[in-house]
Ligand binder design. Structure first.
Ligand SMILES: *Cc1c(COP(=O)(O)O)cnc(C)c1O
Length: 498
């Protein structure tokens, strides 16, 4: 398996080259030219394994120039003591046929840990494989969860440093404090004036800025990305789709070969895309239900084939999904068009110029055939969903997960499809305690920490210690927000100082 850019300006590269560079220099995303295929007997083999075994089995097929032995060691290191649940990603059936896949038991309490606990090892190994001796500087835009998870992964990893940009006022207080209290000698954090899309665009500009690249090159620094445009982010995420399926088979809830649905709270389209690649690789998936919050550009796109980012941007209680430009959609367009780079280039050009494109009948039909469907949940429906699930099932879910659970409810009502469905539970509810309290009808608290305590009291559940411990930690970062036009200068100032 080799990787090519969705915009086609380059020949094929290896997985390690794709991971090392993050974004292709033609601004396209590296994508596998062909996908692996898992046979039914291979899937059957997964049922007797634990999370680590499954990940170590699946990942080499998506990362072909890493050896099984290497990956097994990385997996063991990544999915170990830093996860608070022994099964790493527990699957809980909360209602007939509705299963929650809990992906928030890692160090930062959101699903991004699954990729970002592994990425530093993938990246440093990639540098060795490619003979790269420069320092690797990771630049990352975050809508709240990526930044912290990336810093937890890369803090004090030799040969790397990491700079995170988050939209000022665009994250929850806890998310902001998680970032601003991060320890490590090689980390840096900036708040940026603007929303996530501005922040992400600002980072993309630095990647393609000749002056910045030259200045960094002189200091023997290369840039890479920890955003889900990096294949090293997507590959690890395929593993938990296989894991969820194997869990259902092992528990006797489905027979091997039965199809199941996944419902995914979506922002940058990375998580659900990993599910699509798992499906294309032979995992029996029927529907991939894309769930959006009030920023429902993807719902419209999947229903009509028209992507139109020219719309109002809302700050919601599910900030990690407050996105109007979903980067990873480009990889899906590449697949739907039959790897037609020219077509992808054209659509992306239109997106850049008009903020809008239409994929046309044929690609839209293909999108449907591939099992995609889409729903969204506004703020009121999301709150109601949190309360209903708590009242009826005694299960506390976070705001992002509730967007997905409410989308699944709509899907089920509309289609009557009762086949087993896995809802991806992407964050701990304690990360968004004020919003959860409000959904449960409890009074407002003065700050996020008293909200965490009030939520513990109200539900009888314990908050993850790593969230409670932030209270009282010194804020290392968090000066006034910088302008988007200053991002490059601040990065250079930080990196080229010595
Ligand atoms: C990042 C994130 C999402 C969205 O995932 P994408 O891969 O960007 O689509 C959903 N929920 C939470 C909690 C997140 O942190």
């Amino acid at each position: 398996m080799e990787f090519c850019s969705t915009r086609g300006a380059h020949g094929a590269v290896s997985a390690s080259q794709a991971i090392l560079s993050g974004l292709s220099s033609d601004c396209g995303l590296y994508t596998p030219r062909t996908l692996p295929l898992f046979s039914e007997s291979e899937l059957s083999g997964l049922t007797s394994m634990d999370y680590r075994g499954r990940a170590a089995y699946v990942l080499p097929r998506f990362l072909p120039d890493y050896t099984s032995k290497e990956l097994e060691a990385y997996v063991r290191q990544a999915y170990g003591a830093r996860f608070s649940d022994r099964s790493i990603a527990p699957l809980r059936e909360i209602d007939a046929g509705m299963h929650m896949l809990e992906l928030f038991h890692g160090p930062t309490c959101a699903f991004k840990d699954f990729a970002l606990q592994l990425l530093p090892q993938l990246l440093t190994a990639a540098a060795k494989k490619c003979g790269e001796e420069r320092m690797i500087a990771i630049l990352t835009a975050t809508s709240g969860d990526t930044g912290k998870a990336a810093m937890e992964g890369f803090a004090d990893v030799p040969g790397t440093c990491i700079c995170v940009f988050y939209p000022d006022g665009g994250t929850s207080d806890i998310q902001r404090l998680q970032m601003n209290t991060q320890t490590g000698g090689n980390v840096q954090v900036f708040a940026v004036k603007g929303n996530f899309d501005d922040t992400q665009n600002g980072v993309k500009h630095i990647f393609t800025d000749a002056e910045a690249i030259a200045a960094l090159g002189k200091s023997r620094i290369m840039l890479s990305s920890a955003n889900s445009i990096n294949w090293g982010r997507l590959a690890p995420q395929t593993a938990y789709y296989f894991h969820a399926y194997a869990e259902l088979v092992a528990a006797g809830k489905i027979k091997l070969g039965d199809k199941i649905n996944f419902c995914v709270p979506t922002g940058n389209f990375g998580n659900i895309l990993a599910g699509y690649f798992a499906k294309r690789s032979g995992l029996p998936i029927d529907k991939l239900i894309c769930a959006s919050n009030r920023n429902n550009v993807l719902t419209e796109f999947i229903r009509t084939g028209v992507y139109d980012k020219n719309r109002e941007f809302y700050l919601t209680s599910s900030p990690s999904m407050d996105i109007l430009i979903s980067s990873n959609l480009e990889r899906l367009l590449f697949e739907l068009s039959g790897h037609d780079c020219e077509r992808v280039c054209g659509l992306m050009k239109q997106l850049g110029e008009d903020g809008c494109y239409d994929i046309g009948r044929e690609m839209l039909d293909r999108l449907r055939e591939e099992g995609f469907c889409a729903y969204f949940s506004d703020e009121t429906a999301t709150e109601r969903c949190i309360k209903n699930i708590w009242d009826q099932h005694g299960y506390l879910c976070d705001t992002h997960t509730a967007v997905a659970a409410d989308s699944y409810r709509q899907y089920r009502e509309e289609t009557g499809d009762g086949s087993p469905t896995v809802v991806l539970s992407t964050a701990s509810p304690f990360k968004f305690a004020p919003a959860i309290l409000s959904a449960l009808g409890a009074p407002r608290e003065a700050d996020d920490f008293s909200a965490i305590e009030a939520l513990e009291k109200l539900t009888g559940l314990s908050a993850p210690p790593q969230l409670k411990n932030i209270c009282g930690m010194p804020e290392r970062f968090g000066g006034s927000a910088i302008g988007r036009e200053d991002m490059k200068a601040r990065v250079l100032e930080w990196l080229v100082k010595a």
